[in-house]
Design a binder for this molecule. Structure first.
Ligand code: FAD
Length: 457
């Protein structure tokens, strides 16, 4: 007899772990199964054996508006590992010495952001005014006709808002590509509006960047595991689920693991990306239009190049590059407390929405990034590369296309006791840590509601 409090959660990323912790807090016994040797999913880090530095698969930035993620991290005792910037302050470089900073003002939101734009020197005065006006108009469009925005790409939106080529290049597109992870020509304007309203045109504290001062895996995996285990649950790695066994009434009875083990539970949460979900579904479920639609979701890649130079070439914690293929530079010395002094030249470069580069050989990508760095910061031309790592995430996030709005599902599925979680679920947010955590908590709430209904029925 299966205990009504038993839940299997498949996947140990932000979505699965936040679902597991929420369930443990509600008194459920969770078996969390992760196929890899370590937890962390796409937001993972590892210790580089040569340098001792913690390397993230890609620099992860949270924002002040990530309320659910910050709440989750505080709940698992990791709040102190977050560094909160007081204000948004982004240095953007358009060439040697051509630096301008987007710095929010000490004003209540959204005036803090309008003021930041009005002082942003990469735009002419007319462009600054037009960008601030465009932002406010976009918020109005979101309030009045979100459905229309869902059918509009970011590039089309820029036409509607009358934004100049320079305003797109120096402000809108870096913001859009960094937050949505795809080209403006295919990204949804509704998702950009969501980012703007939550992060940039709300409270001042919502727009501030929030970093982890420890490696990503230390930030959330250990604490979450502890809470699930303290509530009587188990967290197993090397536990690849390769099938869901479903009875004739559409109820999942158990999961089948690759090693032959089977595990029963009253409810199941699949917190895995769409292509992994498809592999574990029984044949008759795969044909269901609900799951077919999920199969149509596309993905978008991110490339991260980690470079150790023999010296520090910038004192900024992060810098946006305008006009080069490389988009962002993160200066790990300024971000990480622990290893910075030993390796002051550790930089990490990010290229989001990197479809056209994903098949480029690693050596060429390294050359490209180093050339871009030299073009922006001439002092770096004399620095020596002592080590480099190129990390390509081909399926980094769900593509933020206009089509994604009707393809992203809610937590409930046609299988009565199977719920979905993951950054790609319909949260209204781009595929981010915040979306993953929101989805994990929503799936846990759906399980609790079903258990309660079963209990009272
Ligand atoms: C390079 C990069 C940079 C990013 N930067 C940012 C950023 O700056 N800010 C931000 O908010 N977001 C960022 N993101 C997005 C963020 O990492 C993701 O949104 C988030 O980690 C997704 O979490 P998840 O739990 O939904 O999925 P995942 O992290 O993919 O977790 C799913 C887990 O399920 C496991 N799994 C899959 N199949 C099975 C199976 N059959 N059995 C058992 N386990 C299985 C996987 O191994 C994985 O651990 C970035 C992503 C990448 C790749």
């Amino acid at each position: 007899m299966v205990d009504a409090r038993d839940v299997v959660v498949i996947g140990g990323g932000f979505a699965g772990l936040s679902a597991g912790v929420a369930l443990a807090d509600l008194g459920f016994r969770v078996a969390l199964l992760e196929r890899k040797p370590a937890l962390g999913g796409r937001a993972y880090s590892f210790e580089d054996p040569d340098t001792g530095d913690f390397v993230d698969n890609g620099q992860h930035v949270l924002m002040g508006c990530y309320n659910e993620s910050i709440g989750f991290l505080r709940r698992i005792g990791s709040g102190d590992n977050l560094v909160f910037h007081n204000d948004l302050e982004i240095e953007m470089l358009a060439g040697p010495g051509r630096s301008a900073t987007l710095r929010t003002a000490h004003l209540p939101g959204p005036l803090h952001m309008s003021a930041a734009l009005m002082r942003y020197r990469h735009l002419s005065l007319a462009e600054r005014y037009s960008a601030a006006k465009g932002g406010l108009r976009l918020l109005k469009m979101r309030r009045e006709d979100r459905a229309a925005l869902e059918k509009t790409t970011v590039a089309e939106l820029m036409d509607q808002l009358g934004q100049s080529d320079n305003a797109r290049r120096a402000f809108w597109y870096p913001l859009s590509i960094a937050t949505l992870n795809d080209e403006p020509e295919v990204s949804s304007a509704a998702l950009l509006a969501e980012v703007l309203v939550r992060a940039f045109f709300s409270r001042r504290s919502d727009s501030a960047f929030v970093y982890s001062r420890v490696g990503l895996s230390d930030l959330y995996c250990t604490g979450a595991r502890k809470i699930i285990e303290q509530a009587g649950g188990v967290v197993a790695s090397h536990a690849l689920v390769d099938g869901l066994e479903v009875d004739g009434d559409g109820v999942v009875e158990r999961v089948r693991l690759r090693d032959g083990r089977r595990l029963e539970a009253a409810n199941f949460i699949a917190a895995v990306p769409p292509h992994h979900l498809a592999r574990m579904l029984p044949e008759n479920a795969v044909a269901d239009p609900f799951f077919q639609r999920i199969g149509e979701l596309g993905t978008s890649p991110i490339i991260c190049v980690h470079v150790w130079l023999d010296r520090e070439v910038t004192r900024s914690a992060f810098v946006g590059f305008i006009g080069t293929t490389t988009q962002w530079l993160f200066n790990k010395r300024r971000i990480f407390e622990r290893h910075g002094e030993r390796h002051p030249g550790y930089l990490s470069f990010v290229i989001s929405g990197a479809r056209s580069l994903i098949d480029m050989p690693n050596e060429d990508l390294l050359d490209l990034v180093i050339n871009d760095l030299g073009a922006m910061i001439p002092a770096a031309r004399n620095a020596k590369v002592t080590k480099a790592l190129v990390l390509k995430e081909k399926q980094a996030t769900t593509a933020p296309s206009t089509a994604s709005h009707h393809l992203r599902p809610a937590a409930a599925t046609p299988l009565k006791n199977l719920f979905l979680a993951g950054d790609w679920i319909q949260t209204g947010l781009p595929a981010t840590i915040e979306s993953a955590v929101v989805s994990g908590r929503a799936a846990a709430a759906a399980v609790a509601a079903r258990a309660e209904a079963a209990g009272s029925g």
